[in-house]
Design a protein around this ligand. Sequence first.
Ligand code: HEC
Length: 259
Amino acid sequence: MKKTLALVTLTSSILFGASAAELTQKHCASCHMLTTPKPEMIPELKAPAMDAVMFHIGLDMQDKKTMKDFIVDYVQNPDASKSVCESNKVQNFGVMPSLKGTVSVKELEAIADYVMATFPSKTFVSMITEIQRNDKVNGLLNSPFLINREELPHLTKLLVMNWDKKSLGLSEDQKNKLLVVRNETLKAVGDIKEKVTALEDEIIELSVDDEPLETIAVKVDALAKLKAEATKIQLKCLKESLKILNDKQMELLLPFWDA
Ligand code: HEC
């Protein structure tokens, strides 16, 4: 496969004078970093690095033709609903401006072949895998919930990541209703989370100070109660969201979930 791609790239560079790498540099590099970003650079970027763009495309699409068609189309007609990146990230960056007229379709095809053959780099893939693993562990460590299993998902989080996607197809009415549920949930869980952290600190301190077990046990019971409270809020959020979403949307968000 790599060989064919290299050949295509070669052909296009003969046809157009400028090599596909040069075209990519000229038309894409002002926004998309073409080298692998360091983790601390990621929040500063004005567009996802090309490594990240191709990483997400690779997660979403199986075959090369679909990928190429997507890239060629997206650069000319960018739209949040088509984006394969998480909706909240796209909202942060702002939707890409269309390059229609600035770069020809032929040039774009050469660019698409080039970026598909070049990105994501191995370094980026291992970096992003590491970041995702750390996020997961931190999420578990800071969780105010009793149950931390994928089968009981944080639905509001999943929704935010897919908010604008055409495949999910949320209507304005659904979005408004879901936002109400989301805001109530975040507020309630946020309040509890603060108390959970404070109580945990307190329990640790009491243990370190060798306080009597009865004193500590009272705090442990209080902690358990708080976490149960947060879990009930999570279940309520799930129930209310289920009322707003249709079966097809649920299937898309929770492919592993037998509703
Ligand atoms: C003026 C800045 C700018 C330029 C130039 C630019 N992009 Fe983008 N691009 C963005 C931003 C910002 C995003 C993220 C938001 C989005 O997905 O629309 C993005 C997203 C994308 C995505 C979609 C990723 C997703 O969300 O699914 C693709 C594909 C892409 N760019 C390809 C290219 C290619 C190829 C070029 C060069 C021909 C290019 N871009 C040039 C700013 C730019």
